[in-house]
Design a protein around this ligand. Structure first.
Ligand code: ADP
Length: 257
């Protein structure tokens, strides 16, 4: 495994009380830098802009109106990058901000621009930190439609960059037969090789309080990864150190392959 995309969800970056999880972010910076120092190529797809913006602006409830969400995301994105820069620089690792929309793949020119930029960053040893451009893309934030939160974007990035693995970190140990926070009988899938209707139904549509993707968008991401003959691992991002174990081949979370 040489080229790795890591997607981190809002729930791993923001505590349930709405405060920023600095130790988690710091550990993520440590782990990714260490892997980079081992010669691997890393791309980080990070959610959390709205969550960080809410904390910065002292908002307790996630705003419903799209323009307010976009404004809060714009505040939060620069703050989030500030935090990442600080933490990564603590390990002497350079990062770059890349804001994309999922439809970049539909336009050959923008697609090749994105690939060229990301390839260049990787060859310079820089870790790109990617998010959906919330000012431009609206679907992503529409809480009622619940199909974004960077899950599919991370799969698009993996595909564009021909990554060996997409490691998707969430607040749950993997994909279960039902929402385990509501059904204690739910069982964990250790490996999935095909996404069928049953699985899509088991994904339901409920996300956590700060996350917006839910399991459905994670399955759609997995679908894209499987179609590209690549690999995705869905695991619990608390703590981010788990990435080491996943890459060591330990049976962790749900392997989509
Ligand atoms: P993130 O912010 O990390 O992207 P989300 O909140 O979007 O995470 O999605 C994770 C949540 O999805 C879990 O905490 C759980 O409540 C919910 N969920 C719904 N169905 C399932 C399922 N079948 N397996 C696992 N989690 C599920």
């Amino acid at each position: 495994v040489n080229r790795i995309v890591v997607k981190i969800g809002t729930s791993s970056l923001i505590h349930p009380n709405g405060k920023i999880n600095f130790s988690g972010i710091d550990q993520l910076a440590f782990v990714l830098t260490d892997l980079r120092n081992q010669g691997k190529e890393l791309l980080l797809v990070s959610s959390g802009a709205i969550g960080v913006g809410m904390d910065k602006l002292n908002l307790r409830e996630r705003p419903q109106e799209i323009p307010i969400q976009q404004a809060v995301a714009a505040v939060g994105q620069s703050e989030l990058m500030h935090i990442y820069n600080q933490r990564f620089l603590g390990y002497s690792q350079q990062t770059a901000q890349v804001l994309l929309t999922r439809d970049v793949v539909d336009f050959p020119e923008s697609r090749s621009n994105v690939i060229n930029t990301l390839e260049q960053l990787l060859s310079m040893g820089i870790i790109p930190i990617i998010n959906e451009n919330d000012t431009v893309a609206v679907d992503e934030m529409d809480h009622t439609r619940k199909f974004g939160d960077n899950d599919e974007l991370s799969a698009v990035v993996s595909q564009l960059m021909a990554a060996d693995v997409l490691i998707m970190l969430s607040d749950i140990d993997g994909f279960y037969s039902d929402n385990p926070t509501k059904n204690q009988q739910a069982t964990l899938y250790s490996a999935i090789s095909m996404i069928d209707q049953t699985l899509l139904e088991q994904a339901g549509s409920e996300g956590s309080r700060f996350g917006t993707g839910g399991m459905l968008s994670k399955l759609k991401a997995a679908q894209r990864v499987l179609a590209a003959n690549s690999t995705m691992v869905l695991a619990n991002g608390k703590p981010p150190r788990i990435i080491f174990d996943i890459l060591a081949g330990d049976e962790i979370g749900t392997l989509f392959k």
